[in-house]
Design a protein around this ligand. Structure first.
Ligand code: C2E
Ligand code: MG
Ligand code: MG
Length: 512
């Protein structure tokens, strides 16, 4: 029933036979009524046995009417008709259009009312503003969900206070959005003042709230697209510590269109194998032999252009497509390893990246195990790289990483030192290898940087992990890393990511 929730408005009525296998009519009614959205769909119960007891029970459970066999078509039709009319005019819809926590419209309800508003008030100029809390997850994590909710309620009220003539919605968990009309142009200074006041008076200190504004809305667009534009604006400053207000611009629109294009092309690109896997070798520090590689994806378009993952991975992470892409890369690498095994060639571990979105995908472990089994290769030849930030929100990740380890996978912690480095995760999660991020290596020549890298390497070793340095570009950096007992080096100093054939060639030449 979970899935039906989103379509509850499309279901006008449910005709329910009390005698059903698996879940009988009474059970169905009980479950339906426990779901606040589905509960608004009226149910007429039908039954063969003319039992008054059943009838009373169903009515008690919230059924609106009761029809017994034999059916008279005209009577059935007219009852259905009147029940539907009754529902459509009823106020129950209004009650469930509001978000429980903030009292603002739910997104679906907002879409509906926004369309009506923009269709009828054709003389007005509309604007959309979205309010976004920076690092809301951290607030929940630090202060607890209860305080997090309090913050949201506070913001919703503040939003209501400042936005007159507006239609307000809780668009996403921590994003509030408003559509409003005004005669005057938007006064940025005034908004900035108001925003500062909102932040100062918030129930927790140092909260950062950002606004994305889409001014003078093109009302011929679909509502979700209008909203996207305000979201684009706020997203453009999400990592900017100074700027709290951003307006939608046409350049953003170009970017958005390019992103939509990529999303539209994705399915065919997978089918046509336009995503190609490059291999960046990893070198043993002392022997300078290739001891492994990392698989890095590129998008090779039909017209010959090569798109780097930095341009599409973050997008596909946000829309979930990365789950499919990750699996595609994993499968490609597994097949590569299987082919080499068949040819009797030496097998080196080739690590594959798994994005945070993929980890949350519940059957990821089973799916990956199946791919390994199909290709009849050892787990050790396809280690999985998880970025350090993915390890931040522990409990769920802990469970899935444990499942992966128990299944036989080797886990590498990627980008260590790039974000909220947490020594706890290093200790708690069962990683066999830690990869030091390029940003740490860039510091290595400075005294403090040297200290940090050295101690991180020692820490890794102390926890029985291998340490790989990433983004090594100079001899100087390499020399430092040798001296610090780092195990492996991956970086342009030795090699860029290579096409499969070039990688094979390099392996042959380097390792003999
Ligand atoms: P990453 O996993 O940390 O991969 C290392 C990135 O650093 C690669 O960038 C690599 O080309 C680059 N790099 C390696 N050595 C050097 C160096 O010496 N100097 C510099 N400046 N850069 C170096 P690339 O290939 O552009 O990939 C960027 C990111 O995209 C990857 O970072 C990874 O997070 C993501 N990515 C790539 N392929 C996949 C994939 O199949 N799945 C997922 N989920 N993410 C992927
Ligand atoms: Mg990686
Ligand atoms: Mg990395």
């Amino acid at each position: 029933m979970g899935k039906m929730v989103y379509n509850y408005k499309d279901i006008s009525i449910i005709l329910l036979d009390v005698v059903m296998p698996v879940c009988d009519g009474f059970e169905f009614l009980t479950r339906q009524k426990s779901d606040s959205l589905l509960a608004s769909v009226p149910v007429i119960v039908t039954t063969g046995n003319n039992s008054q007891e059943d009838e009373l029970k169903c009515l008690g459970l919230g059924a609106v009417d009761f029809i017994t066999k034999p059916y008279n078509t005209r009577i059935v039709m007219s009852r259905i008709d009147s029940v539907i009319k009754l529902r459509e005019s009823s106020m129950t819809l209004a009650a469930i259009e509001k978000d429980e926590l903030t009292g603002l419209y739910t997104r679906q309800a907002f879409y509906h009312h926004a369309r009506t508003l923009t269709n009828f008030m054709t003389d007005e100029i509309f604007n959309i503003v979205v309010l976004d809390v920076a690092d809301f997850k951290l607030i929940n994590g630090t202060y607890g969900i209860k305080k997090g909710n309090e913050v949201l309620i506070y913001l919703a009220n503040a939003f209501k206070y400042y936005i007159k003539n507006g239609l307000l919605t809780r668009y996403e968990g921590d994003q509030l959005l408003a559509l409003f009309h005004s005669k005057e142009k938007i006064d940025v200074d005034r908004i900035e003042n108001n925003l500062n006041k909102i932040m100062e008076e918030a129930p927790i200190p140092n909260i950062r709230v950002k606004l994305g504004i889409y001014e003078n809305v093109d009302t011929s667009l679909q509502i979700p697209i209008m909203c996207d534009r305000a979201l684009m604006a706020v997203k453009s400053i999400s990592k900017d510590f100074k700027q709290n207000i951003a307006f939608f611009t046409q350049e953003m629109n170009q970017k958005l269109l390019a992103q939509r294009q990529m999303e539209n092309d994705f399915k065919d690109a997978i089918k046509n194998r336009e995503f190609v896997v490059y291999f960046q070798p990893k070198y043993d520090v002392s022997s300078e032999q290739i001891v492994g590689a990392e698989a890095l994806v590129r998008w090779q378009k039909e017209d010959g252009t090569l798109i780097s993952p930095g341009l599409f991975i973050p997008l596909f992470e946000s829309d979930g497509l990365v789950v499919q892409l990750d699996e595609y890369v994993f499968e490609t690498v597994c097949r590569f390893q299987k082919d080499r095994m068949k040819q009797g060639l030496p097998i080196l571990p080739i690590s594959v990246n798994l994005s945070r979105a993929s980890i949350h995908f519940s059957d990821v472990v089973q799916r990956y195990v199946n791919i390994i089994k199909e290709n009849e290769i050892p787990f050790s030849c396809v280690p999985i790289e998880l970025t350090e930030s993915a390890a931040l929100y522990s409990q769920q990740i802990l469970e899935i990483t444990n499942q992966m380890v128990n299944a036989g996978f080797k886990l590498h912690m990627d980008d260590f030192g790039s974000g909220y480095s947490s020594l706890t995760t290093l200790n708690e999660l069962k990683f066999t290898t830690v990869k030091l991020d390029k940003s740490l290596i860039d510091y290595i020549a400075k005294p403090r940087g040297m200290k940090i890298v050295r101690q991180t390497i020692d820490l890794g070793h102390g926890l029985d992990m291998k340490v790989v340095a990433e983004g090594v570009e100079t001899k100087e950096q390499r020399d430092c890393l040798i001296e610090m007992n780092c195990d492996e080096i991956q970086g342009f100093y030795y090699s860029k990511p290579l096409k499969q054939d070039d990688f094979i060639e390099k392996l042959r030449r380097c390792n003999g």
